[in-house]
Design a protein around this ligand. Structure first.
Ligand code: NDP
Length: 498
């Protein structure tokens, strides 16, 4: 698979231009003079072609023994490892995050390829005794068909791998529509799968915009499964569009993740965790720390130290080894972050540092925002409740642990949450009472590993989990099988009446 600078759609193992002939550009958000790639601006005809290719490839792929499917994933993991440096640079160029973070994206895909490949030799169902004599019963996991995958721009390699690789090991075929800002990394992942021996049509990539390329995929009659990661607003639209055809829809949506710091916390640890959680990936993680809920006894000291450290963070082009925080992904997202800064000020929160666009020199060619901290935030302010998806931290002071939990839970989201405390009783109450899918003790809100389930509660999703032992659940059906070897009709619940 050659790597053209102009990327065509990858359909049925072939490169195909969009039916309309239209393309769009992806540019480096740290320096928009740099073109990261040209991609196809696809529409319904392209989606139809990709789904047809995936549908045609399904019977043979489904019939391939699962351990053989897994071998391809393992070979792809090896190729990803060998190309990690190059793929990290590609990812930084399209998404902006610093190189060391981009490497983490690739490592997640490697981990997921290995983990999903392991399922090729497990994929366990259950056997269970019957209530009747001479009867055997078991459950088996089966693929569903063509899975439609829609991904955002913030983890272009990792999120694509979280969806694609579990779907493939079960025996499904896929069509993926990556976020329009960052499609290159999806091509890199698929390049490895292709070279590892994936048959044509098993994975297809269609690039384009949400309404014109994403929506036709969601609505397509031959796509029974949709796995979507993105904003809550779009997730709702996707859910509605799929409801008519009773599709299986897995949604991973937004967050408003809190760190709770109690008076007995190790403040050095809190500092490191909050700075990494709030400003890593320029706050553009669904698990980013956007609220610091701090007990009054340590609030002043912690705030002062955090502000001092935030001011020293080196913001710049992610390709430079010096950079600690990269740019915002695009103009729209930059405007959104600056709008929220204005909202915070108008609500009466105190801007303690940052809050502005960085300009001058190379900054003028990218979308750079200063690391921003608001103090004096109350739980009902919009900056305390709504997802900003940028490097903006709101500090909320509370009297005690009970108030902290109440504030933490008082948002429409529930993805990740963290507690810093030396008190084991508080740690266990946190684990029990926090309304989130992921909970950390003495660690930041970011840092999920692929062998535990990932996902959230409330507005963050619809109950599905990615990764972890549940990784195949969204992409498979259970079939219960009963084998009666008694030679006579045995009526369950009737012939064995107690
Ligand atoms: P969006 O919801 O805007 O987009 C996500 C994907 O959906 C993109 O590929 C987009 O296409 C596509 N899309 C847009 N409209 C439609 C539509 N009508 N039908 C089908 N697909 C559509 O999110 P962002 O890309 O802006 O990502 C940021 C958001 O994602 C944040 O809110 C963040 O919290 C959330 N997120 C959640 C994660 C989680 O696991 N919970 C992880 C990462 C991010 P296009 O390329 O045109 O935008």
């Amino acid at each position: 698979m050659a790597e053209p600078r102009v990327f065509k759609n990858f359909i049925g193992g072939e490169w195909r231009p969009s039916a309309s002939g239209k393309t769009f550009e992806s540019r480096n958000p740290a320096d928009t003079r740099e073109l990261a790639g040209v991609f196809q601006d696809s529409g319904v005809q392209d989606v139809n072609a990709a789904v047809a290719a995936a549908k045609a490839a399904f019977p043979a792929w489904r019939a391939t023994p699962a351990p053989k499917r897994a071998e391809i994933l393992l070979r792809a993991a090896q190729l990803l490892q060998e190309r990690k440096e190059r793929y990290s640079a590609d990812l930084t160029r399209e998404m902006g995050k610093p190189l060391f973070e981009a490497g983490g994206d690739i490592v997640e895909a490697i981990g997921m390829a290995q983990y999903a490949a392991g399922e090729g030799r497990r994929m366990h169902g259950v056997t269970t005794p019957s209530e009747l004599p001479n009867k055997f019963q078991m459950s088996i996991r089966q693929p569903i068909g063509v899975c439609g995958l829609i991904t955002p721009w913030n983890f272009p390699m990792a999120i694509a791998s979280w969806k694609m690789l579990p779907a493939l090991v079960v025996g499904n075929t896929v069509v993926i529509k990556p976020g329009e800002d960052t499609p290159h990394s999806t091509f890199n992942l698929v390049e490895c799968l292709h070279e590892a021996g994936l048959p044509p049509g098993v994975v297809n990539i269609v690039t384009g915009y949400g309404p014109t390329a994403g929506q036709p995929l969601v609505e397509h009659a031959d796509v029974p499964v949709i796995s979507f990661t993105g904003s809550t607003a779009t997730g709702r639209l996707v859910n509605l569009a799929a409801a008519d055809k009773i599709k299986r829809v897995s949604l991973e949506l937004g967050g408003k993740n809190p760190v709770i710091a109690l008076d007995d916390a190790d403040l050095d640890l809190v500092m490191d965790g909050v700075l990494w959680g709030a400003f890593g990936t320029a706050g553009q993680r669904c698990t980013a720390t956007s609220r610091l809920i701090v007990q009054r006894g340590v609030a002043a000291e912690l705030t002062e130290r955090l502000v001092a450290r935030a001011k020293t963070l080196r913001v710049g082009n992610g390709l430079s080894p010096e950079t600690e925080m990269g740019p915002i992904i695009n103009q729209k997202q930059l405007d959104r972050v600056l709008d929220y800064v204005a909202i915070g000020k108008s609500e009466g929160a105190k801007l303690l540092c940052g809050g502005g666009r960085l300009t001058g020199g190379d900054y003028d060619y990218g979308f750079f925002v200063q690391p921003t901290i608001f103090g004096g935030v109350s739980r009902d302010m919009r900056i305390a409740r709504e997802e900003i998806f940028g490097p903006v931290l709101s500090i909320i002071e509370v009297a005690d642990f009970d108030e902290a939990i109440s504030v933490a839970n008082d948002v429409p989201y529930g993805l990740s949450a963290s507690l810093y405390s030396r008190d084991a009783n508080h740690a266990f109450r946190m684990m029990r009472d926090i309304e989130s899918g992921i909970c950390y003790i003495n660690a930041p809100t970011i840092g999920a590993e692929i062998h535990l389930p990932f996902g959230g509660v409330k507005g963050t999703g619809n109950g599905h989990r990615e990764a972890g032992p549940q990784l195949m659940d969204a992409f498979s059906e259970w079939k219960s099988v009963y084998v009666d070897y008694s030679g006579s009709l045995q009526r369950a619940q009737i012939d064995n009446e107690v």
